[in-house]
Design a protein around this ligand. Structure first.
Ligand code: NAP
Length: 271
């Protein structure tokens, strides 16, 4: 039996086992996907033990996407440029690190929007997910992308093009109506901060597509306010499905049925 897992801390809330085990069951694969909580204090010992086991691959989530890197043999593509790994593949006993968050997001966006070269995009947040999304959008579109973040220095450090700007939260709020897409990537809106907004949407235009990469809550306060102002909105579920589907393909070579993955998540969230 092939073994897969997601590692993180905390990990009990992760829906990755739900989507992967549903695919495994549907495809009648001899495999299983677990959630493994790793103690940050014992990271070295626990990763060493995991690599000595018969695991074929694993996902990595908060807070270990960077910390896993020294334990891998090769880092590929986006994982290298944004120094964050969310998918590990064992091949001939060598450990390969990939990042599927950026493409997972991009594919989800493409499902509902075709980016035009004249589009201006605003990304809120400058953490690991933001960086992956920013670099993927730069690679796959000609749009100009500004980044705003509580810590503006982090936004400045991730930019790779002179035409993009790092903005303070107040600057971004004032210029909000200029953007055709706004992507919310901070952790503001998760259960602990569910009543907060990362910035004010007072100047939002109803023509703007507003996207939040959080999917639990299913509609963050940010998305609710945007929807009430007439904007089209997208939550983080399709990105989550997209990153999982790409990871599954790395491990098995199979392009999975995303509809099935989505059904499995919606079923779990409704419980
Ligand atoms: P991260 O690297 O820790 O970055 C966190 C970001 O949130 C930073 O920009 C940080 O700003 C900001 N932030 C945190 N607390 C804040 C506060 N109280 N006020 C203002 N800003 C705050 O995390 P990440 O890996 O990028 O993940 C970010 C979010 O994306 C999480 O909610 C995660 O669940 C979600 N995510 C979703 C998917 C998906 O598949 N849908 C995939 C990956 C991540 P500073 O720089 O100022 O600290």
């Amino acid at each position: 039996m092939k073994k897969y897992a997601v590692i993180g801390n905390p990990i009990h809330h992760s829906l990755s086992p739900i989507i992967h085990n549903r695919l495994i069951q549907e495809l009648s694969l001899d495999a299983h996907y677990d959630a493994i909580q790793i103690d940050p204090e014992r990271f070295d010992a626990e990763i060493t033990r995991l690599k000595q086991s018969d695991i074929s691959g694993f996902n990595v989530t908060v807070p270990f996407k960077e910390r896993i890197i020294p334990y891998l043999d090769e880092i590929h593509g986006l994982a290298k440029s944004c120094y964050a790994v969310n998918t590990v593949v064992r091949e001939n006993n060598r450990w390969h690190g990939y990042n599927t968050d950026g493409d997972g997001y991009f594919e989800a966006l493409m499902d509902i929007y075709k980016i035009h070269p004249n589009d201006k995009i605003l990304i809120i947040g400058a953490g690991g997910a933001s960086k992956g999304i920013y670099l993927t959008l730069k690679k796959r579109s000609l749009a100009r992308i500004d980044v705003t973040n509580r810590t503006i220095q982090r936004a400045k450090e991730m930019l790779i093009s002179r035409e993009d700007s790092a903005l303070s939260i107040a600057e971004a709020e004032a210029r909000l109506s200029e953007y055709s897409i706004i992507i919310q990537t901070t952790s503001i809106g998760l259960i602990e901060t569910k009543d907060q907004l990362p910035l004010s949407l007072k100047n939002l235009s109803a023509d703007t597509l507003v996207s939040d990469i959080i999917y639990n809550p299913f509609e963050t306060r940010f998305l609710k306010v945007a929807r009430e102002k007439g904007a089209k909105t997208q939550n983080g579920l399709s990105m989550f499905i997209g990153q999982g589907a790409l990871a599954f393909k790395y491990w098995t070579g199979i392009t999975p049925d995303r509809k099935l993955m989505k059904e499995a998540v919606l079923e779990a969230l409704s419980k």
